[in-house]
Design a protein around this ligand. Structure first.
Ligand SMILES: Cc1cc2nc3c(=O)[nH]c(=O)nc-3n(C[C@H](O)[C@H](O)[C@H](O)COP(=O)(O)O)c2cc1C
Length: 240
C-alpha cells in the first residue's frame, strides 16, 4: 500500500474515464473522508450537491464551457460554501460578512481535497471544475440553491482511462520563504519555465507550446469572471 504522502504526491487531474461506476459504499466513504477535514470554529459550512440527473448534468456541462468529462465521469458533485443551514438553525444569524466568505471557501476546499485524496486511494481519479462559475447564476437556478449557498467548484470522479504525466510544480525555493518574503529567484524560474515547456510539448495528450510565464501572462492580463462581486451580493455574500 502506498504511503499517504506518495498518494498525495502522485496526484494528477483525470479527465478521461472508463464507464465503470462508483458504488454507494465508495461514495459514502469519500464523503465521510471529506467531512473529516478540519472546519473553522466547527461551523461545518459546506454542502455537496450530487448531480445524479443526466439531463441536469448535461445542462451544467454546457454552462461550464462544454467540458466533456462532466458528462463522462461516473459521478459529478458540486461543492458549495453553505451558511443557509446556519440561518435555518439561527434565524437571527448575522450573515454576509466577508469573513464568512473566506471561511466558507477555506473549509469547502479542505473538504473537497480530502474527497479527491480518498477517491484516489481507491484507484479512482478526478478533476475539479471551476468552470461551473462561468455561468454561476444559471447554476444557482438549476440547483435551486437558496441565499447564502455559494457553488464553488464541481468534482468529476471515476476510474481513470489512463494516467497522464504529472504536472511539474514550482520549485520549493520559490514558494517557501523563511521568516521574510523574498522575491522570485530568476534563475530558478528560468529552469522551471524550461521544465514546463518540455512538459507541455512532450506530454502524451493535448500537447502545446507554452511555458509558465506565458501561461501567467495569458491568464492574468484579462478580467476573470467580472460579474462575481455583484453575484455574491445578490446571493447574500460579502456585503460588509
Ligand atoms: C478549484 C479548481 C478548479 C479547477 N477547474 C478546472 C476546470 O474547470 N476544468 C479542468 O479541466 N480543470 C480544472 N482544474 C484542474 C486544474 O487545471 C489542475 O489541477 C492543474 O492544471 C494542475 O494539474 P494536476 O491537477 O493534474 O496536477 C481545477 C482545479 C482547481 C483546484
Amino acid at each position: 500500500m502506498k504511503s499517504v504522502t506518495d498518494l498525495i504526491s502522485n496526484h494528477r487531474s483525470i479527465r478521461n474515464f472508463t464507464n465503470q461506476s462508483i458504488s454507494k459504499e465508495q461514495s459514502t466513504i469519500i464523503i465521510n473522508a471529506a467531512q473529516s477535514a478540519s472546519t473553522s470554529s466547527f461551523l461545518q459550512c459546506s454542502s455537496i450537491i450530487q448531480v445524479t440527473n443526466k439531463l441536469l448534468r448535461s445542462q451544467i456541462a454546457i454552462l461550464s464551457n462544454n467540458q466533456k468529462w462532466i458528462n463522462e465521469s461516473a459521478e459529478f458533485w458540486i461543492f458549495c460554501a453553505d451558511f443557509n443551514r446556519h440561518l435555518q438553525i439561527c434565524p437571527n444569524a448575522k450573515l454576509g460578512c466577508i469573513e464568512h466568505l473566506i471561511i466558507g471557501c477555506i473549509d469547502t476546499a479542505l473538504m473537497a481535497q480530502n474527497a479527491i485524496i480518498s477517491a484516489e486511494s481507491m484507484g479512482l481519479g478526478g478533476v475539479f471544475i471551476g468552470g461551473i462559475r462561468n455561468n454561476i447564476e444559471e447554476i444557482v437556478k438549476l440547483l435551486k440553491l437558496p441565499k447564502f449557498v455559494l457553488p464553488l467548484f464541481g468534482l468529476c470522479l471515476g476510474y481513470p482511462l489512463y494516467i497522464p504525466e504529472k504536472k511539474p510544480r514550482i520549485p520549493q525555493e520559490i514558494i517557501v520563504h523563511e521568516n521574510q518574503y523574498h522575491l522570485i529567484n530568476k534563475n530558478i524560474l528560468k529552469e522551471y519555465n524550461i521544465n514546463i515547456e518540455n512538459y507541455y510539448q512532450y506530454r502524451s495528450n493535448n500537447k502545446r507550446i507554452e511555458n509558465w510565464n506565458q501561461l501567467i501572462q495569458r491568464l492574468m492580463t484579462k478580467e476573470m469572471r467580472p460579474f462575481m462581486l455583484s453575484f455574491l451580493h445578490k446571493q447574500g455574500w460579502a456585503i460588509y
